[in-house]
Ligand binder design. Sequence first.
Ligand code: NAI
Ligand code: MG
Length: 329
Amino acid sequence: MTKHHIALIPGDGIGTEVLPAARRVLDAVGDFSYQEFDWSCERLAREGAMMPPDGLARLRDHDAILLGAVGAPAVPDHVSLWGLLIPIRRGFQQYVNLRPIRARGIDMVVVRENVEGEYSEIGGRLGRGTPDELAVQESVFTRKGVGRVAAYAFALAGRRRGLLTSATKSNGIVHTMPFWDEIVAEHAAAHPAVRWEQEHVDALAAKFVLDPGRFDVVVASNLFGDILSDLAAAVAGSIGLAPSANLNPERAFPSMFEPVHGSAPDIAGQGVANPTGAIGSAVLMLEHLGLDEAARRVTDALSKTSARTPDLGGSATTEEFTSRLLSLL
Ligand code: NAI
Ligand code: MG
């Protein structure tokens, strides 16, 4: 069996608590070597940057990256995000952000566009501090960027229950969203077996709450996908449950796997974080590496464990949850 080389970036807060749990689970089902990186808001305070200037080069030769979470109360969120996560997602062309949500009769995957859209550096501010102060932020949608995430989502829906829902807002956002809709519609032709629909994102948010069981694959822009997947995770029970993958489908670069949640400063250091999202992210990594049997074993154990952390009304610590899970493997 080939040994897989994994880059570990625990990050901040509960990231440093849930990632060791995921690592223990990985070691129970496969053969991995790890290189750990201390890139975080703590490093930012110490050395002036979230990661070193050659950070991407250091990650480049790993088979995958497993990340906990970054963020600290003293650091503006855009600094931690743009100092680490976004450079990795963009530098490694991880243009698909996959966020599966499975629980309580819900089985859906949000496919979020991950490298362009509303999260752009184009724009600026004028007249700071004056009554005429203004801010402009441009969204960037490209034919290539929308097309490749639409193609991925249609193919995924074809392998699942065959329903694709595209999140739009073409009634209010009159340039980029009709462009998004047109490109999604073009890709539908190549996937006649997939039923597809488009929904305005506000109505879609309401349906996520009222009837989440009807959705299969949902494709959305960077901003809409970010919001919808947090919403879906909350509807499914807890944000601590939700895993995600940042995929470079062409495998030209390593992909990155991380729980949807952040560093949770309100519970950090107490040892009570739910590691399910991090462990689920490790499962997505196993699947990406072709280790389907190992992935299935972990998924199976997760579904069987009766341990519950406080976010789900239980009293198990991260350590107790993980030990109970390991005893099922
Ligand atoms: P958060 O996800 O850290 O926390 C939201 C709420 O959910 C908190 O009450 C927290 O205790 C709870 N929670 C989250 N994960 C949990 C888990 N595994 N087990 C039990 N409870 C859990 O989001 P918040 O508070 O908006 O952000 C905190 C920091 O994390 C900020 O600095 C933010 O920028 C950063 N962040 C980082 C992300 C990343 O690294 N990908 C994603 C989201 C936020
Ligand atoms: Mg989010």
